[in-house]
Design a protein around this ligand. Structure first.
Ligand SMILES: [Zn+2]
Length: 166
């Protein structure tokens, strides 16, 4: 297993569209081991998308149990080819990103989502979740479409913040 390098803004790979995963084979399994190890290697990291590691496949990992503050959560989730089916209850929330280490931003997100995805075995699943977990999943799915929180803020003067380092 290996900890993968995280690409940082403005790396052009972060702006690319990731491809659907079609082969649920041993190379996917090997990647997922490294991907999970990478997620776990960053303190308080609650989510990661494969393109952040230079792998342009539609794979995200979420683990809200790793947050600094406690939140309702489903533990570690690996979502492959995720598609958001329903969104509701929008709020402005503060978010950060391993690929934009020096800033956080206020972004509008749905606090309730229903998402379809495949698990590591390729089985189709549906997840209904809310609050911070729903918010984090939307952030990571944006990465699969080459979207960063910097693309979502309307006014940098009021919505972008220098990160306070822990
Ligand atoms: Zn991010």
């Amino acid at each position: 297993m290996a900890v993968l390098q995280i690409l940082e803004y403005p790396d052009p790979i972060l702006k690319q569209l990731s491809k659907e995963v079609t082969n649920f084979n041993s190379s996917l399994e090997t990647f997922l081991k490294d991907f999970i190890e990478t997620l776990n290697s960053h303190k308080y990291c609650v989510g990661l998308a494969a393109p952040q590691t230079g792998n342009l496949q539609r794979i995200i990992g979420i683990d809200i149990s790793r947050a600094r503050k406690p939140h309702l959560n489903n533990g570690l989730l690996i979502l492959i080819n995720p598609k958001i089916l329903e969104v509701s209850d929008f709020k402005i929330v503060r978010e950060g990103c391993l690929s934009i280490p020096d800033f956080t931003a206020n972004v509008k997100r749905a606090m309730h989502i229903v998402v379809a995805y495949q698990n590591a075995k390729g089985e189709a699943k549906i997840l209904s979740t809310k609050d911070f977990e729903a918010h984090a999943i939307q952030h990571e799915i944006d990465h699969l479409d080459g979207v960063l929180f910097l693309d979502k803020i309307s006014n940098p003067a009021s919505d972008l913040f220098r990160r306070v380092r822990y």
